[in-house]
Design a protein around this ligand. Sequence first.
Ligand SMILES: Nc1nc2c([nH]c(=O)n2[C@H]2C[C@H](O)[C@@H](COP(=O)(O)OP(=O)(O)OP(=O)(O)O)O2)c(=O)[nH]1
Length: 135
Amino acid sequence: MSTRPVLLVAAAALIDAEDRILIAQRPEGKQLAGLWEFPGGKLEPGEGPEAALVRELKEELGITVALADLVAHSFASHAYENFHLLMPLFTCRRWQGTPMALEHAALAWVTPAEMAAFPMPPADEPLVLALRDRL
Ligand SMILES: Nc1nc2c([nH]c(=O)n2[C@H]2C[C@H](O)[C@@H](COP(=O)(O)OP(=O)(O)OP(=O)(O)O)O2)c(=O)[nH]1
């Protein structure tokens, strides 16, 4: 039986006043390059998912988010070849600053229906459906 380490990644759906969601394109040179994802990243040792997300959103987008403004939405559980991704998705409707692509190739604000036109990692498919059903 093959086993894979579980990788815990926290991700955010930032939602604007028109119910559009921010997605970000992974840069060249990384795994899954060119695909669109929810901003976020791996937890550091001892870090909770919300704290990891606050840190990642600052590093990746340059925005400031309060822990209390992250609302648990759904999660992805997906077996990649070398690891099993477990990724809680939080929604967030309030932040300070304007998101910028500090670590991504590009950013896009899209409705859940429009998201289907942006190639995303396989793990994200159920999350897109969950957002379409419920924002
Ligand atoms: N942030 C994010 N990661 C996702 C999504 N979907 C998905 O499969 N992933 C995967 C890609 C990576 O394997 C992992 C996230 O890791 P990461 O963004 O912190 O790390 P990375 O691959 O960019 O590599 P690095 O920071 O170690 O250089 O989760 C998603 O929607 N958002």
